[in-house]
Write a protein that binds this ligand. Structure first.
Ligand SMILES: Cc1cc2nc3c(=O)[nH]c(=O)nc-3n(C[C@H](O)[C@H](O)[C@H](O)COP(=O)(O)O)c2cc1C
Length: 138
């Protein structure tokens, strides 16, 4: 089992979530591919059994730019792939993650975690525990 955790983060909040997700992946015994969206290899990510993507809410409820670019490149390879999403936000209600899961479903992906896992600003201990659990998903 190989799991990818790919994220973007501007001030470290989604990065903290990604680190906790990665811990969960390792605890689950899976092989981990871990990278920032700006550095990630879409072909390698597409070859993973589970793909976990993180982005903060930016602009007006959209993905951070480097994740948007990475995701646009990955999207054509997502048919029947298992994907989960997470990220940090502030004032919204999670619309950016709902839009993302809709895009994933439209691309034929199997979304593993409903409308996504969100944490307001810096993830607290409870949020980090949820992130760690997310890493164990399959
Ligand atoms: C330019 C900008 C746009 C943002 N847009 C939204 C938004 O549409 N909805 C929201 O809930 N939060 C929005 N935020 C808040 C960020 O999502 C929040 O600060 C988050 O914790 C950043 O996570 P990061 O440290 O991983 O980048 C925005 C922040 C900035 C700087």
């Amino acid at each position: 089992m190989k799991k990818a955790v790919i994220y973007a983060s501007t001030t470290g909040n989604t990065e903290a979530m990604a680190n906790a997700v990665a811990e969960g992946v390792k605890e689950s015994g899976a092989e981990l591919v871990f990278a920032q969206a700006s550095e990630a290899d879409a072909a390698e990510v597409a070859s993973c059994d589970v793909i976990i993507l993180g982005s903060p809410a930016m602009g007006d409820e959209v993905l951070e730019d480097s994740m948007e670019d990475f995701y646009a490149g990955l999207e054509p390879s997502l048919s029947s792939k298992k994907v989960a999403v997470f990220g940090s936000y502030d004032w919204g209600d999670g619309q950016w993650l709902r839009t993302w899961t809709e895009r994933l479903s439209a691309a034929g992906a199997v979304v593993l975690n409903g409308e996504g896992l969100k944490a307001q600003l810096t993830p607290d201990e409870a949020a980090l525990a949820e992130c760690k659990e997310l890493g164990k998903i399959s």
